[in-house]
Design a protein around this ligand. Structure first.
Ligand code: CA
Length: 424
């Protein structure tokens, strides 16, 4: 185990027990304050470390970075330095924040420049997303959708267990947590026999997902294998793939998702590195039939990350509507990346690849309102007495996630939250 993941480490900064961001996590983000323009930082407990200020102290100057990497208002330049560079950066930050290390701990001047109270920061999109791909890798989700819309006896399409199917999505409408989401207008076809109409989506949904962010890949034409994939994955965020079911249903044949998906997706602001998750790998489901050799992966490639979704009404009454886990995925991230590049498709630093809706096997663990309300046939009662089949105007959807299987260390993702505004 690398020292930065040692569960016994403590920091000279006070971190409440069971906090999402202990010294073993050190997630990366972009923040600003009333005095400071948007810049790179890492989170520890209730604090943000200003990496541009830290760079100026000289304590990072032997690492393979330049000042411009830390003053940038996206993390792309840090991520573009590659995996060994970002690993060395996280390791150095772990050392500097360690309760045994005096450099920052004992310097009032360094601390006052580098350590910022999290309550005073505004978080921004952590990366400029170049390309975005959405997979469809949860078997329980794919089965539920297949049962609802196709044949309950043959819920999975013939290709599903042979490849992690995916589509290329829209990068420009990925927004950071806290950004309000506008209900989209579009073509709907509420009646089988009548022509389509134009208007606000009536079936607005969330999708509980996680997404990974890539380092620069290989040149065009060169695949990344499952065993190489870790070197190209920087970290992960929570991902809400907002979906307009009625627009989606009418438009998706034959070319797949388009306007029912590309109006917005929301992400959590702190990117948790793959390095921080390394001790918490678990085995995934048995893959039967045997996958093709390019999709084989030796070893544990899943992560035990508890996930929840909460809906809050406009009046602020909340209900957790889903408890799921990232380990329910059928296809893992190494397989998704190997499949994505097997034809030579090149990935770039800051690309985002989302998991697809993460549903578990039983009711209560379904990752979308489509499944929770079973296409609207089983409405959910809210604490204020109202019902939800899908998301109402004024509702706020919040997703949280954390690795909690280790009783000593919690590696959390914070949250991704978004309020739905009425259609224009
Ligand atoms: Ca999706």
């Amino acid at each position: 185990m690398i020292e930065a993941n040692n569960p016994n480490l403590t920091s000279w900064l006070e971190v409440p027990s069971n906090h999402d961001f202990p010294i073993q996590n050190i997630p990366f983000g972009i923040f600003s304050t009333s005095e400071l323009s948007a810049r790179t930082g890492v989170a520890i407990g209730g604090y943000v470390i200003d990496l541009s200020a830290l760079y100026k102290t000289g304590l990072l100057s032997d690492l393979p970075f330049e000042e411009v990497d830390f003053t940038s208002n996206t993390l792309n330049s840090i991520i573009n330095r590659g995996k060994s560079a970002t690993t060395s950066l996280r390791n150095r930050l772990s050392e500097l924040l360690n309760s045994e290390t005096p450099d920052l701990r004992d310097s009032d001047s360094f601390r006052s420049k580098c350590v910022i109270d999290m309550s005073s920061v505004t978080m921004h999109m952590p990366i400029h997303v170049g390309d975005y791909t959405d997979c469809y890798s949860s078997e329980d989700h794919a089965r539920n959708v297949g049962k609802m819309f196709r044949d309950p006896e043959n819920a999975l399409l013939p290709n599903w267990k042979h490849m992690p199917v995916a589509y290329h999505g829209r990068a420009s409408s990925i927004v950071v947590s806290g950004t309000p989401i506008r209900r989209p207008n579009g073509q709907l076809k509420p009646s089988e026999t009548e022509p389509p109409i134009y208007g606000p989506s009536r079936l607005l949904d969330f999708e509980l997902e996680m997404a990974f962010i890539t380092h620069p890949g290989k040149p065009l034409g060169n695949p990344i294998s499952t065993s190489e994939a870790d070197d190209y994955i920087f970290g992960m965020v929570l991902f809400n793939d907002w979906s307009a079911r009625d627009i989606q249903k009418w438009e998706y044949v034959p070319l797949g998702p388009f306007l029912g998906k590309n109006f917005a997706s929301s992400i959590s602001p702190w990117i948790v590195t793959l390095d921080a998750l390394e001790p918490y790998r678990v085995s995934g489901p048995n893959q039967t039939p045997q996958v093709l050799p390019y999709l084989e992966y030796e070893g544990a490639a899943h992560y035990d990350i508890d996930l929840e979704v909460e809906i809050s009404t406009p009046e602020g009454e909340s209900k957790v509507v889903c408890n799921s886990n990232f380990k329910h995925m059928y296809w893992n991230m190494r397989q998704q990346l190997a499949h994505h590049t097997v034809n030579g498709c090149n990935i770039r630093g800051g690309d985002m690849i989302a998991s697809g809706t993460i549903s578990g096997p039983e009711e209560g663990s379904f990752g979308s309102m489509l499944e929770i309300s079973w296409k609207g046939t089983k409405p959910l009662s809210m604490p204020d007495g109202t019902e939800r089949r899908f998301i109402n105007d004024g509702d706020t959807v919040t997703m949280r996630g954390s690795q909690t299987s280790d009783s000593k260390v919690r590696i959390g993702f914070g949250e991704v939250s978004g309020k739905l505004l009425p259609a224009l």
